[in-house]
Design a protein around this ligand. Sequence first.
Ligand code: NAD
Length: 250
Amino acid sequence: MSGLAIVTGGARGIGLAIVRALLEQGVVERVAVFDLAEGIIPAEGSLPEVPIYACDVTDEESVRAAYAMVGEVPTVLVNNAGGGRLDRVQDGAEGANDAFDPFGSVESFRAMVDLNLTSAHIVTRVIGPDLKPGAAICNTSSIAGLIASSLFSYGAAKAGLINWTKTMAKALAPKNIRVNAVAPGIIRTQLWEAMQPNQDDYDAMIKEIMPMQQDQSPEDIADAVAFLCSDRASQITGEVITIDGGLTLR
Ligand SMILES: NC(=O)c1ccc[n+]([C@@H]2O[C@H](COP(=O)([O-])OP(=O)(O)OC[C@H]3O[C@@H](n4cnc5c(N)ncnc54)[C@H](O)[C@@H]3O)[C@@H](O)[C@H]2O)c1
């Protein structure tokens, strides 16, 4: 494959690793990132500079404006932006998101679904009609969308994203456009650093719950995304690859 990839939430964490993997593995030649703040990911070695187009993936007009600035139809679209203010829950901080509360507010529930599910619909609604045969879409779900965790709105949204992936895959298959998803386990990005700031407590948790006694890296997830978006996966669509070191086997 060649051309351009658009990666949402690619400014840091798993998204940034996806940007690098797509370029390093030659899945695309260029990447454009859609993220909250504008900027540039500097060129590194043989990897080109990557522009970041400021937009909010929960806002259609904002995504349309960013896409107009890119001015090119991508061959790969990665709907990765997501997460939410899970970090602010534990201590009841001001403005806390009550994603862990079974009877949490409707407002917070809607915000999590907006960010982790509706955003993929918005971005794909804006870009999808332009995609050409051979294009690939990959969505970042979560193991929270596969099993009962303690994250009500987040888990529901990520589970919805898996069904949406399969339904979209079926709809776009006749156009030879593939749609897949990844379900990451636990990766110590900024999201987890905020939820569990104490490294020792985090390490103890990983030892206790992970069958393989280790967490996953952003690169572990990015490798699976790069594979699913590459021509090597040309007959794979509607699939979800779980990258969780066996956590969901427990
Ligand atoms: N870290 C984990 O353990 C884990 C596990 C399973 C799934 N995930 C999923 O992986 C994806 C990436 O997570 P991460 O850990 O790298 O998180 P992160 O918080 O480190 O990075 C998220 C990126 O998305 C961007 N973003 C957030 N809201 C946005 C919005 N409204 N519009 C545009 N950009 C926005 C942020 O600015 C940031 O660059 C998310 O969908 C998350 O739910 C993460």
